[in-house]
Write a protein that binds this ligand. Structure first.
Ligand code: GLA
Length: 308
């Protein structure tokens, strides 16, 4: 099928409620697409070029285009997804590019293709979670995704619980972190790393049960346990992030908080009573990005419910 002479695509960033550093181990994760978007537009050109405020954009866009077999494109990127802050600006850029160039693709195929593109662009052996959430997230829900089979279900997420993302200020690109090293250690079944992986997968299941029972307090406790495990057993936190998590957990209306995404800095997720978000932010004395769940770039209206 030929590519359009000019095209545009849009895809959201994502949060991960729980299930960190388990996607590449074939575990279950619970991410959600959020209402911060990256818009990409392009047209065929003699060579690949990107006009973007985001560093590294060219590699991501070109890798996605090449995976799709597209000819070189001149691309413009506009993004509301803050870069290097843990809500996956990279996945939003990859998925927006794929959605623009090949809007009719199946969401699962798009997610896998974008994962390959990110791995090629960065040399980081990322899992599929971020691209999957950006492609197939659903407004009003989180995705309970089995990364071994790519089966997923939409788990409704309550309006009364606000999803807060706190930028740690420690920005990094994954290529400069120990991400690959942690993945290698987990794949080699290092006991401490595996203690995190196994316990985190159990926490995902407990979290989903708590979500169904509307036990927000328990959901928050599970976030705190997840943080401790990522800090002590997987060793992807930093002292600065630990301090912010602690402050967030003590702030008004907070059910719980943890480091989110790959770690090594990046961002913190906090679940906060909707009615108390202002008090929470004032006490934390840091800007909090409050997000709502959103549809992914490849989500279709009939894509609700179970997917097998
Ligand atoms: C990054 C990767 C994901 C996942 C998380 C950790 O966001 O892109 O695939 O491994 O880290 O859960």
């Amino acid at each position: 099928m030929p590519f359009s002479a000019s095209w545009s695509g849009r895809a959201p960033g994502r949060v991960n409620l729980i299930g960190e550093h388990v996607d590449y181990m074939g575990g279950v994760v619970l991410p959600a697409a959020v209402d911060r978007f990256t818009d990409v537009s392009g047209h065929e050109a003699g060579e690949w070029s990107v006009d973007s405020e985001v560093a590294g954009g060219l590699e991501y866009v070109r890798a996605t285009g090449e995976e799709l077999g597209a000819p070189p494109q001149a691309v413009t990127v506009r993004s509301q997804v803050p870069p290097n802050a843990g809500i996956s600006s990279s996945a939003a850029l990859l998925v927006a590019t794929a959605a623009g160039l090949r809007p009719g693709m199946a969401g699962r195929d798009a997610a896998l293709l974008c994962q390959r593109a990110e791995q090629k662009a960065t040399g980081v052996r990322v899992g599929v979670m971020d691209q999957f959430a950006s492609a197939l997230g659903r407004r009003g829900g989180a995705l309970l995704l089995d990364c071994a089979t790519l089966d997923y279900q939409v788990a409704p997420f309550p309006d009364e619980v606000a999803i807060g993302v706190i930028d740690s200020g420690e920005h990094r690109s994954l290529a400069g972190t120990a991400y690959n090293e942690r993945r290698r250690e987990a794949e080699a079944h290092d006991p401490r790393r595996m203690r995190h992986v196994d316990s985190e997968i159990e926490r995902v299941h407990s979290f989903v049960a708590a979500l169904k029972a509307r036990d927000f307090r328990l959901m928050g406790e599970l976030l705190k346990l997840s943080h401790a495990s990522l800090r002590d057993d997987f060793e992807v936190s930093t002292p600065n992030v630990d301090a912010i998590v602690e402050r967030a957990c003590a702030a008004p209306g907070c059910y719980g908080a943890r480091i989110m995404g790959a770690g090594f800095g990046g961002s913190i997720l906090a679940l906060v009573e909707r009615a108390r978000t202002r008090d929470f932010e004032a006490m934390l004395a840091r800007p909090v990005l409050f997000c709502s769940t959103a549809d992914g770039a490849f989500a279709t209206p009939d894509a609700r419910g179970a997917h097998r």
